[in-house]
Design a protein around this ligand. Structure first.
Ligand SMILES: Cc1cc2nc3c(=O)[nH]c(=O)nc-3n(C[C@H](O)[C@H](O)[C@H](O)COP(=O)(O)OP(=O)(O)OC[C@H]3O[C@@H](n4cnc5c(N)ncnc54)[C@H](O)[C@@H]3O)c2cc1C
Length: 407
């Protein structure tokens, strides 16, 4: 039973949530709306910008399509949650404080760590200096500006995962004057069923994207990228590229590791079944920054899984404050929607472990489905403010997600 529960909820319980992305916002709204006034829970949400970054649309922003102005403080209006704008520079897990912009210090009783992840540019020499990323709206806008001024030339999109595919398709459609090359180890859509994968590939061909799979980029230079030993022993092949977009890999903030929290090899916070840090149970980790084990393995970063983790953390914090044990988190994947420019898309429905089902959508229906999913979070949060319980519906994944008898 928590000290606060024993003390009759007299003291304020300070919950600080780091990161107002899909997971952090879900946690903040759920917690603020579900806590009773008598529970004296103070929720503070910290984020680098006031504007919400719609990561799901950054490939559109990169090709020159403006993002909506979505204000985080406005969204929080009426919930009682406080917004603190600033860059988190340190977490002191012993003192239970976070440092913001190297000047402000915020104390917490419970921390929700939701700082997300970005493309892994340090993995390859030159990528930090010479490649663009979709790490933020600003990065996407810088790329859009560069592409608009290019006139002609080649854009190399590195990474044949779904962000790479969506970006290559969008850029090719918006900039027919440019040559777009998609480079990566795997085949685009590799995790889809053969028909969906073939559809995706045909769409990329139609848009003029030159796909080179089975290659590894080992260096980024001004004006080219170098591939691993394809022309041994002389060295790697060079692919000319006026602009490089790096979408490969995921890197998380080093703050959790620096604070002494247990992290996995990628720096993500390792959680227990309730989403608490295994080394610091007063820290919850959610979204892309967390290594969350399910029956099928450790979850990979998505918005579809990230929002439920935020909701679950909020519900668990309140259960703990009420003297109850948090329930195990269970999540099963259900779809992979991929846009292929503005007029085409493919949606692969999946088993809870993310393996493909036979069912998939293509063409206009898939475009509508994808847009509905992409636009859904803002509407979902609006609904959660009115009906907090509506946030707690997602597929639990049955036998696929059970870990050691969890129900
Ligand atoms: C182009 C693109 C398309 C995608 N499409 C899909 C899709 O169709 N479906 C899907 O499920 N997933 C998709 N994803 C993945 C999805 O965007 C991520 O899984 C999701 O954003 C993770 O949510 P999050 O809340 O963990 O992190 P984020 O949404 O990244 O939020 C983290 C927040 O923390 C802030 N932050 C980080 N560090 C600091 C700091 N030190 N101080 C202060 N603030 C900080 C960031 O500014 C950000 O606001 C896509 C990603 C990209 C890039």
């Amino acid at each position: 039973m928590s000290a606060q529960h024993e003390a009759g909820m007299a003291t304020t319980h300070r919950v600080v949530i780091l990161g107002a992305g899909y997971a952090g916002l879900s946690a903040a709204i759920q917690l603020a709306c579900r806590a009773k006034p008598s529970e004296n829970v103070r929720v503070t949400l910290v984020n680098a910008q006031e504007r919400f970054t719609e990561r799901l649309r950054l490939h559109m922003a990169a090709s020159g399509q403006p993002l909506a102005e979505l204000s985080i403080p406005e969204l929080l209006e009426g919930t009682g949650a406080h917004f603190e704008r600033g860059w988190v520079t340190a977490v002191d897990a012993n003192a239970k404080t976070v440092r913001i912009d190297d000047e402000r210090v915020l104390p917490y009783d419970t921390l929700v760590y939701a700082l997300g992840g970005v493309a892994d540019t340090p993995a390859v020499p030159g990528a930090e200096d010479h490649a663009h990323t979709l790490n933020s709206a600003q990065d996407a806008e810088v790329l859009a500006d560069r592409l608009a001024r290019l006139g002609s030339g080649t854009v190399a999109v590195v990474g044949s995962g779904l962000t790479g595919v969506e970006s290559a398709a969008e850029i090719a459609e918006r900039h027919p004057e440019l040559t777009v090359v998609l480079l990566g180890r795997g085949e685009p859509g590799a995790a889809m069923n053969p028909k969906a994968r073939a559809y995706l590939r045909a769409a990329l061909d139609r848009l003029g994207v030159r796909v080179r799979s089975g290659v590894e980029v080992v260096k980024v230079l001004p004006g080219s990228v170098e591939l691993a030993g394809t022309v041994e022993p002389a060295g790697g092949e060079s692919v000319a590229a006026d602009v490089v977009l790096w979408t490969s890999g995921t890197r998380v903030s080093p703050l959790a590791a620096a604070a002494g929290l247990t992290v996995d090899e990628g720096g993500r916070i390792v959680t227990d079944t309730a989403l608490r840090s295994v080394s610091h149970p007063e820290v919850y980790a959610v979204g892309d920054a967390a290594a969350i084990r399910q029956g099928y393995g450790v979850m990979h970063g998505t918005c579809q899984g990230g929002m439920p983790t935020g909701v679950h953390a909020a519900v668990s914090i309140l259960r703990e404050l009420r003297g109850r044990r948090p329930r195990p988190f269970r999540f099963g994947y259900y779809h992979t929607p991929v846009s292929l420019g503005r007029h085409d898309a493919v949606v692969q429905f999946t088993h809870p472990d993310d393996s493909p089902r036979r069912l998939h959508l293509t063409g206009r229906v898939a475009v509508r489905y994808k847009e509905t999913v992409t636009a859904a979070p803002w509407a979902t949060w609006g609904r959660m403010k009115k009906m907090p319980a509506s946030g707690a519906f997602w597929p639990r994944g049955g036998r696929f997600t059970r870990v050691g008898g969890a129900r």
